[in-house]
Ligand binder design. Structure first.
Ligand SMILES: [Zn+2]
Length: 427
């Protein structure tokens, strides 16, 4: 198997260890060894990447990915493209994310059922560039819930699958799984974009959520839920949901339940969406509209809840709802700084959310998201020190190398060379 040695880098491995100077050997698609500089001769390799002055860290995971959202300005922009045109948009967004250091995408929903599936399969086959993808289903909601765009006099097909009752839920989940989805997406609570079902209400019943979870788990797939309401989040925890998105409203019982479930649930707060609506919403969402939707109050709720959850050891993910005109695909690494600014994470903690926690969400095998021997070789060589300034990860020009699955996707010129015969030397 081909081998690549990255030498002389500062290695931040996302295990909780302090950064150290060293070298890392990739064999095939996995990390073979990680060697501190002081410990002796370097292993041989087919090619050498010079990491001098740079930081080697795990690749990023977008924890609530909508790769089929091509910077849409409205729901209509998600509905109107044909499946053929939309597939091309999705493929382009996948490449944008990988270019920005996102080597994994944990799928939330797709705008059409097979967009994530088709692009995942093309990426896995090596036909197009892109991250690892857990393909999301369409949103599954209930009549009158978030995503139901119809009225009696004006029936409309939106981006959601609408079910009522456990049996319709069972059918919808099985269908999504048959068509290749890895992650099932439920809209359990309401949302500020839907005045008829605002954020604090819970249109989806516990029985519907439970049916979705039991059905998906029977196939070995995961279920993620949009939940902003207290009751919705409690439904999800009790039903065995794997991932939660948003989770603003909380009471003490809900926080206790989440703490108890922290080893089996991950949470992407997706603060970037509301942050962007307030700061970059013009011209699509004027400030007055965002205020009328109650966004500032929801941000306050998010800060209170997720600061508390950070202290309780919840595994947060970064990302969420990028791919909108005011929250563009590719700017997702901004979430690392937002986790620090809004929820009180330090840099290493926020970076662990972006890497280690993301890897755990992507794969139950526990072999993604850290730079440790045996792990899958997804990593970034960063020009500078992201622990001193996490915002450098927002600039793809600072990513001297993006490696996914042991293969170099992008690398700065002059950094990589075939190994010379005298490469065996002491660092
Ligand atoms: Zn979303």
């Amino acid at each position: 198997m081909p081998t690549t040695l990255i030498t002389n880098a500062t290695i931040w491995d996302a295990t909780g260890a302090a950064p150290f100077a060293g070298a890392l050997l990739v064999e095939g698609n996995r990390i073979r060894s990680v060697t501190a500089s002081a410990t002796g001769p370097l292993p041989q390799a087919d090619q050498i990447v010079d990491g001098t002055g740079k930081t080697l860290m795990p690749g990023l995971t977008e924890g609530h990915a909508h790769i089929s959202f091509g910077d849409a300005a409205s729901t209509e922009d998600l509905i109107s493209p044909s499946p053929e045109a939309h597939t091309l948009i999705t493929a382009r967004m996948a490449e944008v994310l990988l270019d920005q250091g996102f080597t994994s995408c944990y799928g939330a929903s797709a705008a059409k059922l097979k967009l994530d599936v088709a692009v995942r399969d093309a990426v896995d086959a090596g036909h197009i560039p892109g991250p690892r993808i857990r393909a999301g289903s369409t949103e599954i909601t209930v009549t009158g819930g978030m995503g139901d765009e119809s009225k009696l006099h004006n029936p409309r097909i939106g981006i959601s699958c609408i079910v009522d009752g456990p049996e319709e839920m069972r059918k919808a989940v099985r269908l999504a799984i048959r068509e290749g989805c890895d992650n099932i997406k439920l809209d359990v609570s309401g949302d500020p974009f839907y005045p008829g079902s605002p954020a604090h209400v819970t249109p989806m019943s516990f029985e519907e959520v439970k049916m979705a979870v039991d059905t998906a788990h029977a196939f070995g797939r995961k279920v993620n839920a949009h939940s902003r309401s207290i009751e919705g989040t409690k439904h999800c925890i009790r039903a065995g949901v794997d991932g939660l998105f948003h989770v603003e409203y909380a009471d003490e019982e809900m926080l206790d339940m989440l703490e108890e479930a922290r080893d089996r649930i991950v949470i992407a707060p997706s603060i970037g969406l509301f942050h962007s609506m307030i700061h970059y919403g013009e011209p699509w969402i004027p400030r007055a509209v965002a205020e009328a939707m109650g966004i500032p109050a929801l941000i306050e709720q998010s800060v209170t809840t997720h600061t508390a959850l950070r202290k309780r050891g919840i595994r947060h993910l970064i990302g969420g709802d990028y791919g909108l005109a005011w929250n563009r695909q590719g700017t997702n690494a901004r979430d690392i700084k937002l986790l620090m600014d809004y929820y009180g994470y330090d840099a290493a903690g926020a970076l662990a959310c972006a890497t280690r926690n993301g890897g755990q969400a992507m794969r139950d095998e526990g072999d993604l998201g850290t730079l440790t021997p045996g792990a899958l070789a997804d990593m970034l060589l960063v020009d500078g020190d992201p622990l001193a300034d996490v915002t450098i990860l927002q600039d793809k020009n600072r990513l001297a190398m993006v490696m996914k699955d042991g293969a170099i996707h992008n690398i700065a010129s002059g950094l990589c060379a075939p190994a010379a015969s005298d490469q065996r030397r002491v660092a």
